[in-house]
Design a protein around this ligand. Structure first.
Ligand code: NAD
Length: 712
């Protein structure tokens, strides 16, 4: 018998048990409809006293995996809407159990915590990931979890947002039992046992938080730590305050959680992080590509070049169980490449991140060869040889001949013309750019470069493969540097001009690091390698891509000439003591020398002032944003959010700023256009460095946002 509930939530009789089932595929997210359904189901349960217990269960592949993030922007939204329903569940005088499986996250875990008893099947994961959206668990997660598992572990789970497995959950008392079977069978048997032993409702809200053994200033210490380590995230602070409030009477704690949640919900940081959440999902959608396009099977990978990138790329595939063959020119290069991969895995094992058996299993998936013929049977071959057009063209021609029909040929080039390389293979429809970021086994971003002739199924296959290897993929059209490096070039150009004008590397870096950039431009290039950066500039110059400006990136070329390659040689823009960057007067001297040679006026004193710092921010970021606008108007990126994903996932741009395009709208397009015009006037604009993108000035004139822009 099914009681009259909603399509998303039903109440069904199973003997003495009322089974409340949530069916909101794919992950049973807590939409308004589900919340209404829960209320209706509780009404039906309360009205029928013949039931002896209530069992809450999620249909499909998971219990409730979270709240409906879209609803956060609804002006009528308050987290408290759901709290009343949870309070009703908990207040029942007959036992309420939750049968848990899949990913019990956010509002899903908060629902489970409102139940009196919890059972899960093996493999279930539990977490409160709200911090990743810049908020806190706003439906009493910060109040019930510490009461159940103690403040130390609760704080850790809420601050990290990382889920725990069923073994840890059982040990902590987050769940009562783990039983094998289908979630429904397990839940019914568990609830039946509760009825049989006449179990009483166990309400978490009636418990107190166990503070025994903790220092009296436990929360003060946690607060100081949060403010120190996460200065850009108000959520870090508010989470500590909310968990601290769990030591108050429940109603007071609830009010405090609400207040702290609401402050975060409307904070610019959380709005930026929620924007990125949606932008990341949108990035995988390719306009004009039918969903029905059949994917090419990818069961084996070949990589040409086992250097820095080739090795890191190989690890991505081995990590998900795909076999990889690496091809090199010499046995020594091959041995070095494979040796580095092994050392990398062994370092992870030493840190307890993987087992010795896993290291062995992954290494067994990696083989090496000196012969191209080893690539003949691979479904996907990625070239990662030196960044040199003549070499890459030759390599692509060889791959075009050796790879089997239907194999995908990818290039990891950072800047070269993918269409030229595609043509060199003689089979351009099979060719795509797969631009990984260094270290390739760590960085989340993958720029997928769509050539003029890339086949739709090749593009779709690579996008799917990116998901398999846990990358966030963004499609870019063909242009110098694609989305990311094209914008980075503009940013580096300005960094160098600033240094020639007398700003120190620390002043340049400090100005953007103060906004939350993981690393300023000087530290970034010192790490990536000044040689790599300089060679790219030199190659681009040879190809006729540079402006006729003799001072263009003169500093990086000078550093390269002097063998100052950055961290790897102990000196670049900075000097290195181990990994520690220290100021180097030689950089300042070289910059001044170049400034004199190129007739650039020095204004060293100015950059230490607040106005100087603001100038650095404007000169680094405004042209970068402007280049992003050009990338949009040229159709190189499909959508504004894609650019934000590239910069936050690939270049250390702070997520709490939402990416450069999102940031542009906070600054205001009119302000941006005005400041670019100001720079053009003050600095001169002989090479078009300050010419605003038409899209930017048009939208500024219309009072519109760049983030909302879509091609006509
Ligand atoms: N290093 C980075 O930060 C980075 C980031 C993204 C993309 N990339 C791109 O990745 C590619 C490789 O860069 P890297 O940093 O790994 O360089 P690297 O010098 O570390 O490695 C290149 C490897 O290719 C091998 N090689 C050269 N010619 C070959 C051939 N004909 N056949 C087989 N192997 C050959 C070399 O022996 C060397 O081991 C370049 O196109 C580069 O632009 C580099």
């Amino acid at each position: 018998m099914t009681s009259p509930t909603t399509p998303l939530v039903t109440l069904t009789r199973h003997g003495d048990i009322a089974l409340l089932s949530i069916a909101n595929p794919p992950v049973n997210a807590l939409s308004q409809g589900v919340v209404d359904g829960l209320a209706a189901a509780i009404d039906a349960f309360e009205a029928d006293r013949s039931y002896k217990a209530l069992l809450v269960h999620g249909e499909g592949r998971t219990f409730v995996a979270g709240g409906d993030i879209n609803s956060f922007d609804d002006p009528d939204f308050t987290a408290a809407l759901y709290n009343g329903t949870l309070a009703r569940i908990e207040s029942q005088d007959r036992p309420v159990a939750a049968a848990l499986h899949g990913t019990v996250l956010g509002g899903g875990l908060e629902l489970a915590l409102a139940c009196h008893h919890r059972v899960s099947v093996p493999g279930t994961r539990f977490g409160l990931p709200e911090v990743k959206l810049g908020i806190l668990p706003g439906s009493l997660g910060t109040q019930r979890l510490p009461r159940l598992i103690g403040p130390v572990m609760a704080l850790d789970m809420i601050q990290s947002g990382n889920p725990i497995g069923d073994a840890a959950a059982l040990k902590a008392g987050l769940i009562d039992e783990v039983q094998s079977g289908t979630p429904l069978e397990v839940g019914l048997a568990f609830t039946q046992a509760l009825i049989a032993r006449d179990a009483k409702p166990s309400r978490i809200s009636e418990r107190t938080v166990a503070m025994e053994g903790l220092p009296a200033d436990f929360f003060e210490q946690a607060l100081a730590q949060a403010v120190k380590t996460k200065p850009f995230y108000p959520s870090a602070r508010n989470i500590v305050l909310a968990v601290k409030a769990s030591t108050l009477p429940f109603a007071q704690g609830e009010a405090e959680e609400q207040r702290l949640f609401e402050a975060l919900r409307i904070s610019p940081q959380s709005q930026a992080m929620r924007h990125l959440f949606f932008a990341e999902r949108a990035a995988s959608k390719i306009p004009g590509l039918p969903k029905t396009v059949a994917l090419r099977p990818v069961k084996s990978i070949g990589i040409l070049g086992a250097g820095t990138m080739g090795g890191g790329i190989a690890m991505n595939f081995a990590n998900v169980g795909l076999p990889v063959v690496l091809v090199e020119t010499t046995q020594a290069a091959l041995d070095r490449g494979l040796g580095l991969i092994r050392a990398n895995y062994e370092a992870s094992a030493a840190k307890g991140r993987m087992t010795a058996e896993q290291v062995t299993a992954r290494m067994a998936l990696l083989t090496g060869s000196l012969a191209d013929s080893a690539l003949a049977e691979c479904d996907l071959v990625i070239e990662a040889v030196f960044e040199n057009l003549a070499l890459k063209k030759q390599v692509c021609a060889r791959l075009g001949a050796v790879c089997k029909p239907g194999a995908i040929i990818a290039t990891n080039t950072s800047t070269l013309d993918v269409d030229v390389l595609a043509a060199a293979t003689g089979r351009p429809a099979d060719v795509v750019g797969m631009h990984f970021f260094s270290p390739a086994n760590v960085m989340r971003l993958l720029e997928v470069v769509r050539g003029a002739q890339t086949a739709p199924d090749v593009l779709a296959t690579v996008m799917q493969l990116a998901r398999t290897i846990k990358k966030v993929a963004v499609v870019s059209g063909v242009c110098y540097g694609f989305i990311g490096n094209r914008m980075a070039e503009v940013y580096m150009r300005q960094a160098e001009f600033l240094m020639m004008e007398g700003a120190s590397p620390a002043q340049v870096d400090g100005a953007v690091e103060a906004l939350g950039m993981a690393m300023g431009p000087c530290r970034m290039l010192d790490m990536a390698g000044i040689d790599v950066g300089a060679k790219t500039v030199i190659e681009y110059g040879k190809a006729g891509g540079l402006p006729p400006d003799p001072s263009y990136r003169a500093l990086v070329q000078k550093m390269f000439e002097l063998g100052r390659f950055g961290q790897k040689t102990g000196a670049g823009y900075y000097r290195y003591e181990g990994r520690k960057a220290v100021a180097d007067s030689e950089t300042v001297r070289l910059a001044a020398e170049l400034a004199a040679a190129h007739g650039i006026a020095q204004r060293a004193g100015h950059f230490g002032t607040p106005a100087g710092q603001q100038e650095i921010v404007e000169r680094l970021l405004y042209p970068l944003i402007n280049e992003g606008a050009k990338i949009l108007e040229e159709g190189i990126a499909y959508r504004p959010g894609d650019i934000d994903i590239v910069w936050t996932a690939g270049y250390g741009f702070p997520d709490h700023q939402g990416g450069p395009i999102w940031m542009a709208d906070r600054i205001g397009l009119a302000t941006l256009a005005e400041r670019l015009a100001h720079c053009a006037e003050v600095r001169g604009n002989a090479f078009g460095y300050w010419t605003a993108a038409k899209l930017l000035t048009d939208l500024a004139a219309q009072g519109k946002r760049l983030s909302d822009w879509a091609p006509a």
